[in-house]
Design a protein around this ligand. Sequence first.
Ligand SMILES: [Zn+2]
Length: 220
Amino acid sequence: MKLDPGFGWTYLDYKKSLEKFRVNDYSITSFEQFIKTPNKKHLILRHDIDFNLDAAYKMAQIDHQLKIKSSFFLRVCANGYNLSSATSIKIVKELLNMGHELGLHIDMGMEKIWGCSTETSILRQFNIFEEAVGIIPKGFSLHMPSVLGGIDECNAIKDKLNLTYHAYEKKFTEGEFKYISDSMKMWREKPLSDFIGKVNKIQLLIHPIWWYENNPQENY
Ligand SMILES: [Zn+2]
C-alpha cells in the first residue's frame, strides 16, 4: 500500500478529482439518489464521520458548491462528537438543508459496553440516531469493519430493520461497482482519476477528517 500515490489531500485536490469525473459524464450522488435514478456512469459519494462533525460540515459545503448531494453516515457512539448536542443538531440541519443524505454509521462492539445483545445494541443506535436527527435513515455503513467486524451481519440488519440498503452490499462493492476508500489516509491502488473511463460505477468513501484547506493540522 502506498501513501498518497500522486494525489494530494487538499480540498482543491478533492474538488479537481470530482470535477474530472463530472466532465467525463459521471453522475455524482448519494446512495438514495443512485437507487432512485442510476445512471450508466455513476459515482456514489459516501462520507463516514468518525471523529469530527466540523470536518463533515466543511466537506458538505464543498459538495454543495459542486452541486453534489452526497451520503453522510454519522455515529451515535463517537468519543469526538455528540449527535444530540445543540452544535451537532445545527450542523445536521445544515447538511439536510443542503440536500445531503444522512445515514447511521454503526459501531459494532457497543454490546460489550452496554451489556446487551448485538441486535439490541444496533437497534439502540438507530433509535438514538432517529431521536437526534429526526429522520429514519434509509441505510447504514459500518465503522472500522476490518477491526470491529460486522460485515457478515449487514444483510441481516438491513432485512430486520427493513432498510433500503447498506454500504457493504456486494452490488455496491464488487461486480460492476468499484469500491474505493481513503481509509487510514491511504489509497490502496492508484490515483482516483486513473479509474475514469475504466470503471462505470464507483462507490467512493471519503473521510472528511483526512482533508484540509492548507494543512492537515486543521482537523486534528
Ligand atoms: Zn468509520
